[in-house]
Design a protein around this ligand. Structure first.
Ligand code: SIN
Length: 305
């Protein structure tokens, strides 16, 4: 009998799928829907200190095999969001609080607020590619990643996950810096910075001009990043980017991910995609004789030089 359970830094998940930050996670009720659909853990919307309306529209462009978004980190602010977490926690799956801020002090403070709100772990958004002064703007150098992770680790007792940007010459250096700063796990990857121009309108389509690309088109980049990071750090890697089937989740696991996050697939398939992906992972394991997820973790590295 196959077993999909996994433990990430003490978080016990019934399966390796997590809701990625940014999709269906602005309210407690929507997070409950995703948990009920089978997600093994939930990552909240990225939350900041104060309420924020985000970028002006259009905020999403649908492309073949991808979405380009520039939401601009809209959120109600940490104080108001605590009630959403309280509701999400009734789901009985681990809740991971995602935070963004403009300095290490601000991020550490938000992580503490998240801990007080009752989340089981905190995910640091060091990678949003389209919000001025936040995300990738402060998470693109190893020095800053290390400093921020250290500041957060000195402030909270729950596990700290660092979500990294692929918009860099070396995501491996960022992952090593996160580990050096004390992060308990790294999450790879956030979206790729991109732009779509309307030739008819002679202007970029997104209100913010630039956005972040997600969905199937970025999966090979995500898999490559996880593969490289797995060889460079000892802390767990959580893979994200373009997963909508069990087989695609297994790709990430074999690259070295201990768990995977799913976001854009919900756009097309709804929250039921979590149950479907888990059944497909199970089928794959049955077909190829795996009884535990750990038997697949990183196997794509074996025999390679
Ligand atoms: C957003 O809410 O603007 C997206 C967050 C991200 O890309 O990290």
């Amino acid at each position: 009998m196959t077993n999909l359970a996994v433990d990430i830094c003490g978080l016990r998940m019934k399966n390796p799928t997590m809701l990625a930050s940014g999709v269906l996670d602005e309210t407690g009720k929507s997070m409950l829907v995703v948990a009920k659909a089978g997600a093994g853990a939930i990552v909240t919307k990225s939350i900041g200190k104060e309420p924020r309306v985000g970028h002006s529209g259009p905020t999403i462009v649908e492309l073949p095999q991808a979405l380009l978004n520039a939401m601009g980190l809209p959120n109600p602010g940490i104080e108001a969001y605590a009630a959403e977490i309280a509701e999400a926690k009734t789901a009985e799956v681990p809740i991971i609080g995602s935070v963004f801020g403009g300095s290490e002090q601000e991020i550490a403070e938000l992580a503490k607020n998240m801990q007080e709100a009752g989340v089981e772990a905190v995910e640091l958004n060091l990678s949003c590619p389209h919000a001025k002064g936040y995300g990738a703007e402060i998470g693109s150098t190893p020095e800053m990643v290390e400093t921020i992770c250290r500041a957060v680790k000195e402030t909270v007792t729950i596990p700290v996950f660092a979500k990294l940007t692929p918009n860099t010459s070396s995501i491996v250096s960022l992952a090593k810096a996160a580990e050096k700063g004390g992060a308990d796990a790294v999450v790879a990857i956030n979206t790729l910075k991109g732009m779509v121009i309307s030739p008819e309108a002679k202007m970029p389509v997104l209100g913010n001009r630039y956005g972040g690309l997600s969905g199937p088109a970025i999966r090979p980049i995500g898999v490559r990043c996880v593969y490289e990071i797995y060889e460079a750090v000892s802390i767990p890697v959580i893979g994200v980017g373009g997963i909508s089937t069990g087989r695609e989740a297994v790709e990430y696991l074999m690259a070295g991910a201990k768990a995977v996050q799913i976001g854009t697939a919900i756009w097309k398939e709804g929250p039921e995609v979590f149950g479907k992906i888990c059944r497909e992972i199970q089928d794959f394991m049955d077909e190829f004789g795996y009884t535990k997820l750990s038997e697949m973790t990183g196997v794509a590295h074996h025999g390679r030089t």
